[in-house]
Design a protein around this ligand. Structure first.
Ligand code: FPP
Length: 257
C-alpha cells in the first residue's frame, strides 16, 4: 500500500521511490480568466501569466521524472470564445513554442500534439510541426499539448478508422479490443494518465481524455492556473503517492502481492 512517505516530495526533497510517481500526468489548466478578472485585468493577462505556470510545471515535471505530461491548452469548444481571446491564445502558443524549443531539446523533451492540428492558424501549425519534428528523437519526457482537442471527437475518429479497417477486411470485429482502440487514439503508444489534475475550482472533466483517464486518480484544486507552480505540482504528486490504486481488487489482495 502507498503510504504518506511520498510527503517527502514537499519542499526541495525529491522523491526517491519512483514507484510513487505518476508516469503520466494530465492537467486541465483552468482559472486564467478569473485570475485576471480578480486583478481588474483583461483575460489575456491571465493567459500570459498561465504561460509562466506552463514553463514551471514542464520544468518541474521533467526534473522529478514524470515521463508523460499532457496539458489541455485549447479545447474544441474554446473556438466559441471572443475572437480577440482566441487570437491572443494562438499568439501566446506560437511564441511559447518558438521560445521553448531550445529548452525542450536541452531537456530531452519530445513535443506531441493531441487534437485537430489542421484547425489551428497556419503559422501555429508550422511552428508546431517544426517543434514536433525537431524533438522527435527526445525521450526523457513527452509533452502532449492538447490543442483544438475534444475527447468525444477523438474517439469518433478512432471508431471511423477502425470501421474502415473492418470493412476493408484488414481487421476482424472480433479482434477489436481495448488495446486496439487505444492504439487509434492520439495518445497511441503512451500509457494512460495516472494522475488527472484540474486547477481553478471546477470539478469536471470537460471532454478531456475520457477514454484514457478511466483509472486515473483525480485531483482538484481551487488554485487558479497562474498560481499553480512547482510546490503545487509537488503537492499534487505527493497526494497521488499517498493513494492506494486497487484497479478493482481489494486492499488485502494488493497487500498479498
Ligand atoms: C482555461 O482558463 C485556460 C485556457 C482555455 C487556456 C490555457 C492556456 C494557457 C495556460 C496558455 C497557453 C498555453 C500554452 C501551452 C503555452 P479560463 O480562461 O477558462 O479561465 P476561467 O475559467 O477563469 O475563465
Amino acid at each position: 500500500m502507498r503510504t504518506p512517505s511520498s510527503r517527502r516530495l514537499m519542499g526541495d526533497t525529491l522523491i526517491s521511490d519512483t514507484s510513487l510517481l505518476p508516469v503520466h500526468v494530465a492537467i486541465v489548466m483552468d482559472g486564467n480568466g478569473r485570475w485576471a478578472e480578480e486583478r481588474h485585468q483583461p483575460r489575456l493577462f491571465g493567459h500570459k501569466a498561465g504561460v509562466t505556470s506552463v514553463r514551471t510545471v514542464v520544468e518541474t515535471a521533467r526534473e522529478i521524472g514524470i515521463r508523460h505530461l499532457t496539458l489541455y491548452a485549447f479545447s474544441t469548444e474554446n473556438w466559441r470564445r471572443p475572437p480577440g481571446e482566441v487570437k491572443g491564445l494562438m499568439t501566446l502558443l506560437d511564441s511559447y513554442l518558438k521560445s521553448e524549443l531550445k529548452t525542450m531539446l536541452k531537456n530531452d523533451i519530445r513535443l506531441h500534439c493531441l487534437g485537430q492540428q489542421d484547425k489551428l492558424p497556419p503559422g501555429v501549425q508550422k511552428t508546431l510541426a517544426k517543434g514536433i519534428d525537431a524533438t522527435a528523437h527526445c525521450s526523457a519526457m513527452t509533452l502532449n499539448l492538447a490543442l483544438s482537442y475534444g475527447s468525444r471527437s477523438e474517439i469518433i475518429e478512432a471508431v471511423r478508422a477502425l470501421t474502415a479497417k473492418c470493412l476493408a477486411g484488414e481487421l476482424s470485429p472480433a479482434a477489436l479490443d481495448e488495446d486496439v482502440l487505444s492504439r487509434h487514439l492520439s495518445t497511441s503508444g503512451q500509457p494512460d494518465p495516472d494522475l488527472f489534475i484540474r486547477t481553478g475550482g471546477e470539478r469536471r472533466l470537460s471532454n478531456f481524455l475520457l477514454w484514457q483517464i478511466s483509472y486515473a486518480e483525480l485531483y482538484f484544486t481551487d488554485i487558479k492556473w497562474p498560481d499553480f507552480g512547482r510546490n503545487e505540482l509537488l503537492e499534487a504528486v505527493a497526494d497521488y503517492g499517498a493513494r492506494q490504486r486497487r484497479f478493482g481488487k481489494t486492499g488485502s489482495q494488493l497487500q498479498q502481492g
